[in-house]
Write a new protein. Sequence first.
Length: 120
Amino acid sequence: MKAQLDELLALPRDEQGPVFREPWQAHAFALAVRLSEAGCFTWAEWAATLSDEIKAAQQRGDPDLGDTYYEHWLAALERLCVGKGLLDIADMLRRKEEWRRAYLNTPHGKPIELSAGQRR
């Protein structure tokens, strides 16, 4: 897997490996690695999809300063999961909206939690 990770040259890293500015970035990273290891998609499929997402973002005007890298990572992960039938796009969009509402209704400094009615 290290050789595969080394193929992702744009991956923000330091001497010890990948670096993450936010916890969600580490979660998205780990999920992509784990799903690939589980055979849900090949690492070549992953790299190609991520590359496509980065190119598309650049065409939309992303200045590619490194601060949006994991947004592209997440978009690639979502695209692959939907494309492979691992999740339904309507369910994904509904869940994102639930989290957005929870975020907007959570006081600053408090953990974001979904209400019992929103949890699966």
